[in-house]
Ligand binder design. Structure first.
Ligand code: NAP
Ligand code: ZN
Ligand code: ZN
Length: 350
């Protein structure tokens, strides 16, 4: 089926209209008319080939919310008309140890990401959510809580799960002191989720202009990371710090803020290595780790948690024709706090 989308044809060309083929739904497939798709910084990294390995044309987008328009004969969880979500994953082997433990993102035979992954159906690569529709196996489709705003729900499918999963994995609970580094798409979700888990949340930002917003979003305290004396006040005090910065920055400035046995988890992906002074780990037995999105089961748990706590993303809704401008603003840190594409703008009549 011919499907309108936006794609880039090289690392240096802007996103532009592109017609792609979606498969006819198989018996386990769900066909979804995409209503909203969030713009993740990973889309920018991939489109501009900052991590290498991008296949062109590239259709990004992995924060998808839409309406089910068709289901295969064996689909059980969804029916036509349902609202559904698709995140960063569309398939995996389902039999390896990681898949069996509901950690499909670490599939030992290669997770299939929503875009720029090998597509066994087409023989090419997967195409993401900057498009009118998508066809996905129901095992990789999420149920969306009925009480949440749909445009604000789209970013939960990546920014939400990427922050929820490490907070849960490292056992963040009521009363703990949690730091969030970088107040962008991931960071602002991290603040809301850590707060809902009962933590005392401190935001570290490079942007003076985000201080008031951080407090409105639920932070108990905000530190401008360039202010050395403000940083010093937090030495040896954090149980957990989540670093969402996707550029080269001084990680040691945060490691020393961890208390004994504390953990700093890196989710922002810089294209250059970050230098770690190991003495900061050795003294205090501190931990430095990473985390990649989350599996399907945990993504559903996160969506249900957000439904319960009325958590959505703070968004700026844009027509798809403004997506290149949004990328430039994202790179400058000028985002409050997630761009979401209104996919109605992609309709031929728009
Ligand atoms: P974003 O909306 O652009 O937010 C990143 C924030 O980091 C910025 O708003 C800014 O916050 C801060 N920042 C940016 N450049 C900085 C620099 N040079 N030094 C210090 N701070 C800087 O991006 P995002 O969508 O949240 O994604 C963040 C990163 O996570 C990206 O690298 C993305 O690829 C990655 N990611 C990883 C996963 C995963 O599974 N691990 C999943 C999704 C995304 P302030 O203005 O507050 O300083
Ligand atoms: Zn993402
Ligand atoms: Zn697997």
């Amino acid at each position: 089926m011919k499907t309108n989308s936006y794609a880039t044809s090289s690392a240096t060309t802007p996103l532009a209209p592109f017609s792609l083929e979606r498969r006819v739904p198989g018996e386990h497939d769900v066909q979804i008319e995409i209503l909203f798709c969030g713009v993740c910084h990973s889309d920018v990294h991939t489109v501009r080939n900052e991590w290498q390995g991008t296949t062109y044309p590239c259709v990004p987008g992995h924060e998808i919310v839409g309406r089910v328009t068709k289901v295969g004969a064996k689909v059980q969880k969804f029916k036509t008309g349902d609202i559904a979500g698709v995140g960063c994953l569309v398939d995996s082997c389902r039999t390896c140890g990681s898949c069996e433990e509901h950690l499909e993102q670490f599939c030992e035979n290669g997770a299939i990401f929503t875009y720029n992954s090998p597509d066994k159906h087409s023989g090419g690569v997967t195409y993401g959510g900057y498009s009118e529709s998508i066809v996905v196996d129901e095992a990789f489709v999420l149920r969306v809580p009925e009480n949440l705003d749909l445009a604000g729900t789209a970013p939960l499918l990546c920014a939400g799960i990427t922050t929820y999963s490490p907070l849960r994995h490292h056992g963040v609970t009521r009363g703990q002191k949690v730091g969030i580094v970088g107040l962008g798409g991931l960071g602002h979700m991290g603040v809301k989720l850590a707060k809902a888990m009962g933590a005392r949340v401190v935001v570290f930002t490079t942007s003076q202009s985000k201080v008031e917003d951080a407090l409105r979003l639920g932070a108990d305290e905000v530190v401008l990371s360039k202010d050395e004396s403000a940083m010093k006040e937090h030495l040896n005090s954090f149980h957990f710090i989540l670093d969402t910065v996707g550029a080269k920055h001084d990680i040691n400035a945060y490691l020393v803020l961890l208390r004994r046995d504390g953990n700093l988890t890196q989710v922002g992906v810089a294209s250059e290595p970050l230098e770690v002074d190991v003495t900061n780990l050795i003294f205090g037995r501190r931990n430095f780790s990473g985390s990649l999105i989350g599996g399907l089961k945990e993504t559903q748990e996160m969506l249900d948690f957000c439904g319960l706590h009325q958590i959505t993303s703070d968004i700026e809704l844009i027509p798809i024709q403004q997506v290149n401008e949004a990328y430039d603003r994202l790179v400058k840190g000028d985002v409050k706090y997630r761009f979401v594409i209104d996919m109605a703008s992609l309709k031929p009549t728009a």
